[in-house]
Design a protein around this ligand. Structure first.
Ligand SMILES: [Zn+2]
Ligand SMILES: [Zn+2]
Length: 332
C-alpha cells in the first residue's frame, strides 16, 4: 500500500477550496502555481521583467488571462503589485515568490535534460542559449541536487517517505523499478537523446503540460508515492474515472508514465526515466508548499536512505560545487 493522499478538488476549483481539502503540501503548491500561464508569468519575472506589457510581449497572452493570473499571484502573496504615481505598475516577487527559485532551477534542469527547446512557446524557449549562471564563480552551470547531510546526489530510489501522522510503514518512493544507478545512466542518456530529437509540439511543451496542469502534477506526485493502479490513483486523488483516464493517457503520450500488465490483465502505471527525473521538481513543490501553506508538522517527510537523515536537499553549482543561494543564481 502506498501512502494515500487525501482527495483534492477538480482542477478549476479555486485556491480556498483546494486549501480546505488538500492535505498535501504538493497539492497546495500546485493549487497556487500549477497552471501553465502562471508558470510562464513567474518564469518571466525571474528573468527580471516586471511590467504588464513585458508579459504580453514575452509570450503573447491575452489580457484577460494575464490579468487573472497576476491578480491570483498577488492575492496568494507570490507577487506584489508596486504602483507608483505616474508609472506603470510593476510586479515583484515577495519573499514567498522568491523562495520559488529552487523549483525553477529544478524545472530548468529537467527541461535541459528532457525538453526539446524547439518551440518558442515552451518552458525554455531557446536552450541552450538561455543559461543558468552562478555569479559566485561566474560560470554557466548545470545545478546539482545534493543531500545537505551527506553531500551525495539525491536520487529518488534512495529515499523513503515517512508518514508523520498515520502509523503507516515507511513507504519507498518506488519511482524506479530498477534500483541500480550505474545501469540507468546509459539508457537515461539514450532516452534523453530521443527526447532531444523529437521535435513534436507535444514533446516540446512537456514540462508545462505536466506541471502546468493540476491533475497531471497530482498524478505524478502520487506516482512518487508508489501509487500504481487506476483504482489507486482514483482513491488517492479523488478524481473521476473519465478525468483520470485522460490524464493517464496524456502522461503516457508525454513519456512520463508507462504501463505494464500484471496479474493477468491488470495495468500498472510507472514513471519512465523522464518521469523519475521529475523527482527534484516534485520535492521542491513539496518543500515550498510545506514552508508557505502548511502550518505545523508536515504530513510526511522524506528520508535519505544513504545517510538515514530527513532529506534536506540543496542545489549546488555544477562548476565550482558551492551551494547555491538565490542571490548567486542568475537565469540569463
Ligand atoms: Zn544524505
Ligand atoms: Zn560556481
Amino acid at each position: 500500500m502506498g501512502l494515500q493522499s487525501p482527495p483534492i478538488s477538480p482542477p478549476d476549483a479555486d485556491f480556498e477550496s483546494l486549501v480546505a481539502v488538500g492535505q498535501s503540501a504538493a497539492q497546495r503548491s500546485i493549487a497556487v502555481i500549477g497552471d501553465a500561464w502562471t508558470l510562464r508569468v513567474l518564469r518571466t519575472v525571474f528573468r527580471g521583467k516586471r511590467r504588464y506589457g513585458d508579459f504580453i510581449k514575452e509570450f503573447g497572452v491575452s489580457r484577460a488571462v494575464l490579468t487573472d493570473r497576476l491578480n491570483k499571484l498577488v492575492e496568494h502573496e507570490v507577487l506584489l503589485r508596486d504602483t507608483r504615481e505616474g508609472k506603470h505598475p510593476e510586479y515583484r516577487l515577495t519573499e514567498r515568490g522568491l523562495d520559488l527559485w529552487p523549483l525553477f532551477l529544478a524545472m530548468w534542469v529537467w527541461e535541459s535534460d528532457w525538453g526539446t527547446g524547439q518551440d518558442q512557446d515552451t518552458w525554455a524557449p531557446d536552450l541552450p542559449r538561455r543559461q543558468v549562471v552562478h555569479t559566485g564563480c561566474g560560470h554557466p552551470m548545470r545545478p546539482q541536487f545534493k543531500c545537505l547531510h551527506c553531500q551525495q546526489a539525491v536520487l529518488p530510489f534512495e529515499t523513503t517517505a515517512i508518514d508523520a501522522t498515520a502509523q503507516a510503514d515507511p513507504q519507498a518512493f518506488t519511482a524506479a523499478p530498477l534500483a541500480v544507478a550505474p545501469a540507468i545512466t546509459s539508457s537515461f542518456r539514450r532516452e534523453r537523446q530521443d527526447a532531444l530529437h523529437n521535435t513534436s509540439t507535444l514533446q516540446a511543451q512537456r514540462l508545462v503540460r505536466v506541471i502546468g496542469d493540476r491533475w497531471n502534477s497530482a498524478v505524478v506526485a502520487a506516482a512518487f508515492r508508489a501509487v500504481r493502479t487506476f483504482s489507486g490513483f482514483e482513491q488517492a486523488l479523488g478524481i473521476g474515472p473519465a478525468q483520470l483516464s485522460m490524464r493517464l493517457a496524456e502522461l503516457q503520450k508525454l513519456g512520463i508514465l508507462s504501463t505494464r500488465t500484471y496479474a493477468g490483465s491488470r495495468m500498472a502505471y510507472r514513471l519512465t526515466k523522464a518521469g523519475i527525473a521529475l523527482f527534484p521538481v516534485t520535492l521542491e513543490l513539496v518543500r515550498w508548499g510545506n514552508r508557505w501553506y502548511w502550518p505545523g508538522t508536515p504530513a510526511f517527510t522524506v528520508q535519505h536512505l544513504l545517510c538515514k537523515n530527513p532529506l534536506e536537499a540543496r542545489w549546488h553549482c555544477g562548476h565550482c560545487e558551492a551551494e547555491l543561494v538565490r542571490e548567486t543564481v542568475r537565469f540569463a
